[in-house]
Design a protein around this ligand. Structure first.
Ligand SMILES: *Cc1c(COP(=O)(O)O)cnc(C)c1O
Length: 384
């Protein structure tokens, strides 16, 4: 068996760091020498640069993406028992914060091509108790937000975008206007977890909004509900982005579009190599969204996913299954859910069929060739 000559990884944070090492090291040392570790000027600089990059009025940094979602929901004045629509095919954080706040997650299915919720799916699920929806821009592309915002407007729902995986992607409206993902709903939330497209060297997150009432409110809640120090108007939490992470993120933000381009180039290589391979479905691009490929996720047909994963692993190709279990089958959520059902067919199928291949900013052509050759060799070794 041919052994991998590459050290293949799902993400290559070391290779990425080495290219910007001098800048990063200097920025980190600056913060240490300044001792302004919390709420230092670097945090405000990064915040302002994010506002410019995203084209939003308010960016509120916080400690991680899960906190961002929680604080966003806390800012909306929801009552215990209110329902929040959430896709069942997502990372657990999206539903976790809903349940923690004594709201009720109303789990819905997703589109089989984009893996995202749609306006039609959302509208069918709405009940008189539904107050909000959390569309997730999964794997790096936007939900079809224009019709989603229209359904939300008609039914008076808040829209909190979970943009943890799609920072930097653009969505185009029918009038030609382009906006960054996360800047379309009432609040957008993102994560700076190291492997995310804009990753810190530790934890971090942010919320963004164009709403002049929500902006200061989110800031207050993230800060113990303080209007000024030691005056608390709201019950809040303690959720901060520290200055070292802000300094690192501020540098990486300048490279974000190049990072997306590198991911897109790798995705293009995969697409081409798998064209005509009937046993897999390559990622479908929604015509309104650019794709920043947080993940490159195949649908492996005919129940061959686990066998392909094992075959690749033997050849030194790491893969991941995002996500193996629908949220409604997770033990913790069976009682917390607002709805109950046997299965959501698309979510159920995807959990059994998806496989994410390595994709990051440092993919070399020889590695891509090795990976795609291994995938093709697997299917050649199998009867049709
Ligand atoms: C990563 C992620 C989160 C949570 O972010 P953390 O920073 O790890 O708390 C939430 N939602 C989605 C879809 C994510 O991928």
């Amino acid at each position: 068996m041919e052994k991998a000559t590459h050290n293949l990884q799902m993400v290559d944070l070391k290779g990425q760091y080495e290219k910007i090492q001098a800048e990063i090291d200097a920025a980190v040392l600056d913060v240490i020498r300044s001792t302004a570790f919390i709420n230092g000027p670097k945090v405000r600089e990064f915040q302002a640069n994010m506002e410019r990059y995203l084209g939003v009025k308010h960016v509120i940094p916080c400690a991680n993406g899960t906190d961002a979602l929680q604080i966003a929901l806390m800012a909306l004045g929801l009552e215990p028992g209110d329902e929040v629509i959430v896709p069942a095919f997502t990372y657990v954080a999206t539903a976790e914060v809903i349940a923690l706040l004594h709201l009720r997650p109303l789990m819905v299915d997703v589109d089989p091509d984009t893996f995202n919720v749609t306006a039609e799916i959302i509208e069918q699920a709405i009940t008189p108790r539904t107050k909000a929806v959390v569309p997730v821009n999964l794997f790096g592309q936007s939900c079809d937000m224009e019709p989603i915002m229209e359904v939300a407007r008609r039914h008076k729902l808040w829209v909190v975008e979970d943009n943890a995986q799609a920072i930097g992607a653009d969505y185009t409206f029918s009038d030609g206007q382009r906006r960054k993902t996360g800047a379309i709903g009432h609040i957008g939330c993102t994560s700076f977890y190291p492997s995310k497209n804009l990753g810190a060297y530790g934890d971090g997150g942010a919320m963004y909004t164009n709403d002049d009432e929500l902006g200061p409110r989110l800031h207050m809640i993230a800060n113990h509900g303080q209007v000024k120090r030691y005056y608390h108007d709201l019950i809040g939490v303690n959720s901060r982005l520290d200055s070292i992470q802000a300094a690192i993120l501020d540098i990486k933000l300048r490279h974000l579009d190049d990072y997306a381009a590198a991911r897109r180039a790798a995705a293009g290589y995969y697409d081409q190599a798998f064209a005509g391979l009937e046993q897999v479905q390559t990622p479908v691009r929604h015509p309104r969204s650019t794709h920043v490929f947080h993940q490159y996720t195949l649908i492996v047909k005919d129940g061959q996913r686990d066998a392909l994963q094992a075959y690749l692993q033997e050849r030194g190709v790491p893969t991941m299954i995002y996500y193996p279990v629908p949220l409604y089958e997770q033990k913790a959520y069976i009682n917390a859910m607002a709805n109950s059902f046997d299965k959501l067919p698309v979510t159920d199928y995807l959990c059994r069929s998806v496989l994410s291949l390595p994709i990051h900013t440092e993919m070399e052509e020889s590695a891509l060739q090795y990976i795609t050759d291994a995938v093709k060799a697997f299917f050649k070794s199998r009867p049709k």
